[in-house]
Write a protein that binds this ligand. Sequence first.
Ligand code: GLC
Ligand code: MG
Length: 684
Amino acid sequence: MFVLHVALQGCLRGRDVVYGLTADTGGHIRYLLDLVAASAQDFSVAEIVVATRLFQGAPGPDYAVPEERISDKVRLVRLPSAAPGYRTKEAMHEEVASFAENLVAWIAAQKRAPDLIHAHYADAAAVAAIVEARLGIPFVFTAHSLGRVKAAMLGGDAAGAPDLARRIATEEAALAQATLVIASSRDEAEVQYAGYESYNPGRVRVIPPGSDLARFAAACPHPRVDALIDRFLDDPGKPPLLAMARPVARKNLAALIQAYGESPELRARANLVIVAGTRDDIDALDGDMAATMRDLLVLIDRYDLYGSVAYPKTHRPDDAPAIYAYARERGGLFVNPALNEPFGLTLLEASAAGLPLVATDSGGPNDIVETCGNGLLVDPRDPEAIAQACLRILADPALRARYVAGGARAAAAYDWDRHAARYHALLRALLAPEPPLRTPWQLLVCDIDNTLVGCEAALGIFRRWRSQQAGLAFGVATGRSFHSAMAVLEQQMSPRPQVMITSVGSEIYHLDANGVTYTADGAWRAVIEAGWDRGALGAALAGIDGLLPQGPLEQRPYKLSYFGDAAAARRVRAHLAEAGLAAGVIHSHDRYLDVLPAAASKGTAVDHVRALYGLPERAVFVAGDSGNDVEMLRARVQAIIVANYSDDLASNAALKHSYVARASHARGIIEGVAHFRRMLAHAS
Ligand code: GLC
Ligand code: MG
């Protein structure tokens, strides 16, 4: 594989990049050089060229050198464009056409043409689009930062300013033309891009960049930091439960204080250290931080935790490693009780610094703990569960050691080699497409969490089994969003589904002919749209007792998601009926509550796909484990409940027809399909 990267901005060179030398010599260069270095390690990559602009004069002669070898496989090639000198990113669009001409000529002069182009920033994508039109080489796009996000941050009329408007238009074109878009986070993939007209979520993949955890892996205690904490504590030698987060309601620090305050055993065994940002005057804190901070102080007083809780008023921005080291040296652990945590960088940092984790099971931490085996996930709404998890780790040195060892995997898992492996898998698939089955004769749709994934060995067996099922179309149906689902599937090396039913059936995506990207099912959207009034529903549910909105990433155009128990679910149903608002209300794991268009569920979505494939009912298998699978299992004749089910599925009267597998997770799916196939063979 020969990959050509194109990056026009800033002062790019192979080594000793002077970040900040110009305003455009920033993070994207670091990203590019780290990526290229990791990419070159893979034997399937034969050659990498980074093409950038050649310019004379300031900022220096290095940037007028036509070719620089970075390593064995990697060259930096500088090509001229219309202007001879340095150009800022605002002026770069004037160079696009001439640079593209020179790049086409350069490619023509090579022994071998690149297989793929990877464009960094939208002007480079404009170049790549010209090259693709001329030479037919497809391109991948990384935006690095987006004009619309900048405009939103600046506010007001900023988006109308000519520079920014042009940039946004170029980004629109890049998103429309790129074969694949690579994003770093779900927030980027699902929120930041969503403002663009040519946004196509199925074409975006989230691959987290390597994070620089070395600073945390090498964390040492610091006497100044120790003193900041110790002055609060009667017995500073006790292991601390450390939490480090901004004092905002979403971070749910109050639940940790409550967990600690209400557990005499935990209070006897450990101290609590809460590093909640820095403050001058609580009253001057922004947003909900002042109120949250006051709530924390009230709780500390209520439980009379003086002498056993530290909550330093200030620390320096680069004190974080020393704070983790403080906790590690005393045998402590790191707790993140957030109601929802989009990614969880602090968890990676704490873990790299040698701390076991007790983390919220909502959001990114799932992936982190799944990947690294570095701690326990807890329901953040359950202080008792938080206390139990902390005690389990404190009381069991072997368990603790296992989680600490898992932390060493964090640095390995979230690093550039791992990124490159997933990146190359996608590129290779693009170059040798395995298109979806157009006329399958059977369809299997599985829930993801605790059904398809949850047991690595079972998924391995499933993978092999799946590869032998000619004619069987494989799909997933999940409560997760498309990108959240895709991230677990790719991390766990699940077989690639040809249909993804996501956000509890409110979205359907079909695998494209290129075998990598997906297209949203517009017909399905039209079906469920009828009668859906998202605004009215949101407003109607605003004040309901015991109902808390999930994080912003979980809210989708056709899905409103909350936390709430069975009583809250009853209140929601009653309230919506009274208000005359039509919607589906789906409750699972006794705490997730999804509000969907009346016509949307995993069950109706599977039926939509069945009809699209022209399959009879008897050709469809579905498998699930929990409450949000009930609609799907109920509606299908051949329904499989895996052995590790919850929400009392097996005793649910509506699911009497289901096959309850003896095996758990993905093994249970195989067992169920075999069962129904046997039945079919009997009947015929
Ligand atoms: C997933 C989703 C969440 C939803 C839950 C149950 O966890 O991320 O938003 O409420 O599934 O369907
Ligand atoms: Mg599940």
